[in-house]
Design a protein around this ligand. Structure first.
Ligand SMILES: [Zn+2]
Length: 381
């Protein structure tokens, strides 16, 4: 098993699948071809789904004994950029650690999904397995959006559970935060710096915006924390404006990110944006202000009663239930009505220069997934 994982992961790491829109990489075209060929060799009928010019998913179905029940296994094919990495596309082993871009997040798990496909094409599983290798998780989830909107609706009944093999240190990820991006733009009037009375400063009012964001943040830290995820937070992310040192600035912009908890309402978020807009408006001056929500992804939390969660706990009794700091495609799947959990290997350096995954933990993921799938019962006819 060790050697199989190493050689397969080495092939996957060799293929540059840096996200196209986030980091200007080639996207998933080549790696999806590799995955599709691998699955086809096993006798499956993989489907390549182009979801955008540089984004491609691969999906395949492993038929089970019970054709009326299925679970979905998911992994993303894209990685973040390879900036400041020495040899990002060649796998290097140091003891139990396998280094290279994507080993941890999450080509190690892609290798495991392919090896599971190999096992279950030789040993018919009790229920059907939907394998989804998706594009663009690192940016706007074009791949998972496609799966949820275009592919999954074909299935009746829906898969009874989803497992996202993102790195979780062999713990069971039952929840994660969502995020929402906002911006305000302040419009003033340009004038020569020597004649401020002829202009309207568009930067100074941001002071009120920052103060209000700070107030909101303090309030968030003073509300009750989620037992697994902690507090909701926000931070100012990008600020720009002005043109020249001796010019009264005619425009400024402030963007911020809010990390959301399960249960927080859209209404609450809208009110926070409104508070920031109002704060800028009340700053003295004749400036104008506009605010908008740029992009939102929901938080996620699986129901404690979900069958997939119980099955995974039974297959991996030593794993703790954890909340995860990162956002994941599982939120989209959960929102579509498929209870989903996250479970994956141990490692380090997702999105960093020294990325590695533990080989032993990949073997554990394989064994636990196999045990989980085999634990589904076939109904007696
Ligand atoms: Zn990931």
């Amino acid at each position: 098993m060790k050697n199989r994982i190493i050689s397969l992961l080495s092939e996957l790491v060799k293929i540059n699948s840096v996200n196209a829109t986030l980091s200007g990489g080639p996207g998933e075209k080549e790696i999806s071809g590799f995955v599709a060929r691998y699955l086809a060799k096993l006798g499956l009928d993989p489907e390549i789904q182009p979801t955008a010019p540089d984004n491609t998913n691969v999906v395949a179905i492993i038929p089970g004994i019970n054709r009326k029940d299925s679970i979905l296994l998911n992994g993303h094919l894209d990685t973040v950029s390879v900036e400041s990495m020495d040899a990002p596309f060649s796998l290097r082993q140091e003891g139990d650690k396998l280094y290279g871009r994507g080993t941890y997040d999450m080509k190690g798990s892609i290798a495991i999904m392919l090896l599971l496909a190999e096992y279950f094409t030789r040993h018919t599983p009790p229920i059907c397995i939907l394998l989804t290798f998706v594009a663009d998780e690192e940016d706007r989830s074009a791949g998972m959006e496609y799966i949820v909107k275009k592919w999954l609706p074909e299935f009746s009944p829906f898969p009874s559970g989803g497992i996202f093999l993102e790195p979780t240190e062999l713990e069971i990820g039952v929840s994660h935060k969502g995020f929402a991006w906002y911006e305000i733009e302040v419009i003033g009037k340009a004038a020569h710096g020597s004649r401020p009375s002829e202009g309207v400063d568009a930067i100074l009012p941001l002071r009120s915006a920052l103060e209000e964001l700070n107030n909101i943040h303090s309030e968030l830290l003073n509300t009750e924390a989620d037992p697994l995820l902690g507090h909701a937070t926000l931070h100012a992310s990008i600020i720009d404006g002005g043109t020249d040192l001796s010019v009264i600035p005619s425009r400024s912009r402030l963007q911020w990110e809010r990390r959301t908890l399960p249960g927080e309402s859209q209404n609450l978020l809208n009110l926070e944006l409104e508070r920031v807009i109002q704060a800028v408006k009340s700053f003295p001056g004749n400036h104008d202000v506009k605010g908008r929500e740029i992009f939102v992804r929901p938080p996620y939390e699986i129901s404690k009663e979900a069958k997939i969660l119980t099955c995974l706990q039974n297959a991996s009794p030593q794993s703790k239930l954890v909340g995860l700091s990162f956002w994941s495609d599982s939120a989209l799947c959960g929102k579509a009505g498929i209870p989903s959990v996250l479970f994956g290997p141990i490692g380090h350096g997702a999105h960093a220069a020294d990325e590695w995954v533990s080989l032993k933990s990949l073997i554990s993921v394989y064994e636990i997934m196999r045990k989980l799938i085999l634990s589904f019962e076939v109904p007696v006819r």
